[in-house]
Structure formats: structure tokens, C-alpha cells
Ligand binder design. Structure first.
Ligand code: UGA
Length: 447
């Protein structure tokens, strides 16, 4: 099929390139000439594993290109997928970019007789597609609802694994409000042999939020219980998890008595809290939607407040050990909100470094790729931090080494001269056994 994807951010570019690699002809649209030019020169403007190679392939095969000319892209396509950013301002979803894009599509539809399905991929709150989007298109195009199609196809990509998540999804959620769009969606996703959930657009929107809220809930619930386990002592919260997840409602027993290790066990690890561009923003947005509808979202409030406090575990535990953190030399390893990305949005390392600076420590920080973004976007007083490219060389001078992101390169720590030092492994990248001569801390376990 001929597809246009509006927005070459994280979701738009990954989706566009993956659609092209499955055989569709794709044009990605962005208002930024700079991004368009980079993409057409086969340089992805974002960091994502596998993306440079795939972008090169689909451009070489002439299945993919980028443009800043929306009307040209709309002339070309049989369906348009909208993947522009929907940031959160004061806990509320900002639809400015989405509405701008939709109005332009509406204006295009006014100038032609062509039928187009407009499929929203941006994360939007339940009811947005069939109210805000529908009304904006109707107003700008002068067309009745049946004269254009409306779809909602949320994405479930994890940063760092986005290409493989797109190619091998757990399921595909296809929301539609008219039968033509149902057909269009099923054609787009024909190459994927996986469970497909056909629902209306508002259900599709709710599935996306419910998914992220329930995952964030599990992180906060686990962290809260893990803090208690550590306080009581003698409990490793990962053992608790293992015990819990053998309940057959989490992990069914096969007819031959067999079990597979529940995937959630590799995902959930007690730590300094969740970050990124999705969980914090999505939980806040739906909490606000509930409040605006007269429903106090008490559990989601709890998820957010546990998460907001969780990075303090680092200074609390270090403070209890050292007595006073002032002038202690701390080496902070990892600034990205998780490994394999340079994204620092809502990263736990932001709060950890703020807390460490407030305690007047001497802070040295490292990240393999996210330092620049941290300096530009974190909002932390970064002039008070010394950033290093060579973290190994900083070990000798450090009183405590805090691993805040699960970058594989930090697995080298046990082989370095860390004897007599404090190692705080907030992400459980390593194990207490690796540090026989250091003081080893983690979250949810006191050794
Ligand atoms: C998340 C979801 O996992 C995806 O399914 C979803 O598509 C995506 O949001 C989205 O809405 O676009 P992502 O934000 O890329 O993906 O990252 P995750 O791997 O889920 O991690 C989110 C945050 O939770 C990270 O800061 C991670 O370190 C943290 N986390 C995760 C914990 O602090 N503890 C855990 O036990 C697990």
C-alpha cells in the first residue's frame, strides 16, 4: 500500500521505516527541513538500534523517502498515519501539533474528491479520535464523517527495542470508526501474523493507556514493597517476585506440568523508579482525565507519588552509610532513562543527581551516549557536575559508585579496583557476590 506517515519523531520514523521494510511504499512528512534532509541522506535524527541499517535499506530499495511537502505526500498515499508528538504540559496532554496536522489534512481533503483514512498513531486520551480529530477534519474539509475514514492504531514500542517490537509485536490494536478504515488497517498489517484486536477508536486509545498504567503500577507497587523488604532486612525482593510469579494466574502451568519463566521477571526489577517519555506522561494524563470527569484516580496518584520519591532511596541509603554526604566523591554511572537510548526525559538520574547535589557531594557523571541530552534537557544544574568520558579512570577517586542505568559496559565494575568502596547498584545489573571487598547496596535487598 502507499502510506504517508506524518511526524518523523521516534514513533513516526520507526513505523515508517518498518512499514517500508514489509513492502509498503512510504513517505514520511516532517515540518523540519533539517530532519527531512538528514533522513533522505540515510541518517536517522534519533538513536535507535538497527535503525540506520534499515533506513539505508529501504531508501536504497526506493520504498521510503521523507518530504516536508504534506500535500505531495497526501496526493501519493492511500492512507495517512499521524504520529506527531503529544507532549504533556502541566499534567495535561498538549494536542497542538496533532490538531495542526489534522487541520492540514482536512484542508487537503477539501481540495480533492479522494477518500482517505486518517489513522492516529500518536498517543491520545480515550475519546480524542472520535471527538477532537473527527471535528477538526470535518470543520477543515467540509466533508461529512462517512466521506473520510478514522482509525486509531496505538504503538507499543520500547525505546532501544523499537524495531524488533514493531516487527514482532505481542499484538496489534486496530481501532476504526468506519468499515473502509477497518479494511485499510487490515491491509496495512497483513504482513504481520500475530493477534489483531479490532475495536472502536476509543477502545484502542484506552488499551494503550491501560497497558502503560498497569505496567507503571507494577513498577511502583514493587518498589514500595521492595523498600519495606530492605528496611526489614533478610529479604531479597527478587526472591519475593519469583515466588509471586509462580502463581498460575501470572504463569500458567502447561498440560504437561511445564512452565516458562514469566517475562515480567526480566522486566520488573526494584529500582529508583520509572522514567522516559511514556509512563510518567501517560499516567499523569489519564489521572487528569479521570479528575476532569469527576473521578479521583487514587491508585494512579499513588503510582506517581511512589515514583516521585523513589530516587531518594539513593541518598537515603548512602546517607545512612556515610552519615554525612557532604564532600563525598560520587561517580554516577548512567544518565539515560534506560540503556540503549540517549533519551533522558524523566530519567531517574535527574532526581538522583539533584538529590546528590543538594547533599553537597562532589558529583562526577558518565553516560555512553546521553550526556549531551542530559546537559541540554535535564534541567539539573549541570555546571555543578563534572562529566567524564572515561568512567574507569574515575573509580580510584570515588567514595561511592552509583549505577543508575543498566548499560552493559558497567558490568566491568567487579574487575576494577573497587575494593573498600561503596557500590550502589540501583538497577541490579550485578550481584553482591561480585563485590566481596566492597560495600554493595541495591534497592529491595539489604546485605
Ligand atoms: C514503555 C512500554 O514498556 C511500552 O510497551 C510502550 O509502548 C512505551 O512505553 C510507549 O508508551 O511508547 P519505554 O518507555 O520505552 O516503553 O520503556 P520501558 O522499558 O517500559 O521502561 C520504562 C521505565 O520504567 C524505564 O525508566 C525503566 O527503567 C523503568 N522500569 C521498568 C523500572 O524502573 N523498574 C522496572 O521494574 C521496570
Amino acid at each position: 500500500m502507499k502510506l504517508s506517515v506524518i511526524g518523523t519523531g521516534y514513533v513516526g520514523l520507526v513505523s515508517g521505516v518498518c512499514f517500508a521494510s514489509k513492502g509498503h511504499d512510504v513517505v514520511c512528512v516532517d515540518v523540519s527541513e533539517e530532519k527531512v534532509s538528514l533522513i533522505n541522506r540515510k541518517i536517522p535524527p534519533i538513536h535507535e538500534e538497527g535503525l540506520p541499517e534499515l533506513l539505508r535499506t529501504v531508501i536504497d530499495e526506493r520504498k521510503f523517502r521523507a518530504t516536508s511537502n504534506l500535500n505531495e505526500a497526501l496526493d501519493f498515499c492511500e492512507a495517512v498515519i499521524v504520529a506527531v508528538g503529544t507532549p504533556t504540559t502541566d499534567g495535561k496532554l498538549d494536542l497542538t501539533y496533532l490538531v495542526q496536522a489534522i487541520r492540514q489534512i482536512g484542508a487537503y481533503l477539501k481540495s480533492t474528491n479522494k477518500f482517505l483514512s486518517v489513522i492516529i498513531k500518536s498517543t491520545v486520551l480515550p475519546t480524542t479520535t472520535d471527538t477532537v480529530v473527527r471535528e477538526a477534519i470535518t470543520e477543515a474539509s467540509g466533508r461529512k464523517v462517512s466521506q473520510f475514514g478514522l482509525g486509531m492504531n496505538p504503538e507499543f514500542l520500547r525505546e532501544g527495542k523499537a524495531i524488533s517490537d514493531f516487527n514482532f509485536p505481542d499484538r496489534i490494536v486496530l481501532g476504526f470508526d468506519d468499515s473502509q478504515t477497518r479494511e485499510v488497517l487490515s491491509k496495512i498489517y497483513e504482513p504481520w501474523n500475530v493477534d489483531k484486536v479490532y475495536v472502536n477508536t476509543r477502545t484502542a486509545e484506552m488499551i494503550k493507556y491501560a497497558n502503560n498504567c498497569l505496567l507503571a503500577l507494577q513498577v511502583s507497587a514493587a518498589n514500595e514493597l521492595a523498600n519495606l523488604a530492605a528496611k526489614l532486612g533478610g529479604i531479597d525482593f527478587m526472591d519475593v517476585f519469583r515466588g509471586v510469579t509462580l502463581d498460575k494466574r501470572w504463569n500458567p502451568i502447561g498440560s504437561d506440568g511445564s512452565r516458562t519463566d514469566p517475562e515480567i521477571l526480566t522486566y520488573l526489577v526494584p529500582g529508583p523508579g520509572f522514567g522516559g517519555s511514556c509512563f510518567p506522561k501517560d499516567v499523569q494524563a489519564i489521572r487528569t482525565q479521570g479528575q476532569n470527569n469527576g473521578l479521583p484516580m487514587e491508585i494512579l496518584e499513588g503510582v506517581l507519588s511512589v515514583n516521585a520519591k523513589q530516587p531518594e532511596q539513593v541518598t537515603k541509603i548512602l546517607g545512612a552509610h556515610f552519615g554525612n554526604l557532604e564532600s563525598k566523591n560520587i561517580l554516577l554511572l548512567g544518565l539515560a532513562f534506560k540503556p540503549e537510548t540517549d533519551d533522558v526525559r524523566e530519567s531517574a538520574s535527574i532526581r538522583i543527581s539533584e538529590e546528590l547535589l543538594a547533599q553537597k557531594t562532589n558529583l562526577v557523571a558518565h553516560d555512553p551516549i546521553a550526556t549531551e541530552n542530559f546537559i541540554k534537557f535535564s534541567g539539573v544544574q549541570t555546571s555543578a557536575i563534572r562529566f567524564t568520558k572515561n568512567w574507569r579512570a574515575e573509580i580510584a577517586n570515588a567514595d561511592a559508585i552509583v549505577v543508575a542505568t543498566r548499560w552493559a559496559e558497567y558490568k566491568a565494575l567487579p574487575g576494577l579496583k573497587v575494593a573498600g568502596k561503596v557500590v550502589f547498584d540501583t538497577r541490579r545489573l550485578l550481584s553482591p557476590k561480585d563485590f566481596p571487598s566492597s560495600t554493595y547496596f541495591s534497592i529491595g535487598r539489604r546485605v
